[in-house]
Design a protein around this ligand. Structure first.
Ligand code: AKG
Length: 267
């Protein structure tokens, strides 16, 4: 196991399997390696390099350029360049959210079966001030009073379409935070990801950045504290995000919910 793309002072769970053809080579369909799974369970996230080739991401990027100009697709003035429910907007985006390379990576964690809870495109335009506050996806997804929303395995898969680092608003996480339940939060009237965790200052002190290259994917638990900062560069930064959950739940985010692989034995 070797670490890649990590700041030297951090303990980022970015691991590569050492499997020929995975790291920096031609992308292949593969499962999480045991050490990647251990890292995910311990830290609440893991970054996997070399999942998608550049030309495939460029095609997806071009499709998103096309989609974003279609009437009613963009999420709104406060979310320029964002597309909610992006996987249901075109054949290309649908296929991407259902890609077997993603499903193979998550299948031993998100189970039994795999369903889509929701998908979105998150964009940071050049020099945008759109901080995404510290939050847990689960605080949006889980309703205490509704057992059909109580996932034990929900995971968000974050796929950057450009190389990301601290200058263009890479993802930040607090390692281990997926084990602490749902933290108290307060709605913010500015920025994005507005259910800001009350302990956000503490999060800042304990967070690490995940600078990952395009072609990588970051898998993180829906309970993991995460956020992203401004884009200080001249280039747009996009991330295609799919939240998956076990197929035994009977709902996700409205019409976005879709079973991709039924749980074994399900009719
Ligand atoms: O891509 C980003 O900047 C983070 C977005 C995010 O965490 C979210 O929308 O839930």
């Amino acid at each position: 196991m070797s670490a890649v793309s990590v700041p030297s002072s951090s303990s980022v769970s970015v691991v590569s399997s050492g499997t020929p053809g995975v790291t920096g080579g031609s992308p292949i369909r593969r499962r999480l390696q045991p050490e990647e799974r251990v890292a995910y369970e311990r830290e609440g996230y893991v970054a996997i390099p070399g999942v998608f080739p550049a030309e495939e991401l460029a095609a997806l990027d071009a499709e998103l350029d096309r989609l974003i100009t279609a009437p009613g697709v963009e999420a709104g003035p406060r979310r320029q360049g964002w597309i909610y429910d992006v996987a249901r907007k075109s054949v290309i985006t649908k296929h991407f959210a259902e890609d077997e390379r993603l499903l193979a990576l998550i299948e031993e964690v998100v189970k039994p079966g795999i369903a889509i809870h929701s998908t979105k495109l998150v964009t940071k335009l050049p020099h945008s001030q759109d901080v995404c506050h510290w939050h847990q996806d689960e605080s949006y997804y889980r309703k205490d009073e509704d057992a059909a929303t109580h996932s034990r395995a929900r995971m968000s898969v974050w796929v950057p379409l450009q190389d990301t680092d601290e200058r263009n608003g890479c993802l930040w996480v607090v390692p281990g935070s997926h084990r602490w339940g749902i933290d108290d939060w307060t709605w913010q009237d500015w920025g994005t990801c507005q259910k800001r965790i009350n302990r956000y200052e503490w999060a800042e002190e304990h967070a690490i950045p995940l600078p990952v290259n395009a072609g990588s994917v970051v898998l993180f638990s829906a309970w993991t504290w995460h956020h992203s900062r401004n884009n200080h560069t001249d280039r747009t930064r996009r991330a295609f995000i799919v939240s998956y959950q076990e197929a035994t739940l009977t709902k996700g985010a409205g019409e976005q919910w879709r079973i991709l692989r039924p749980a074994p034995g399900a009719v």
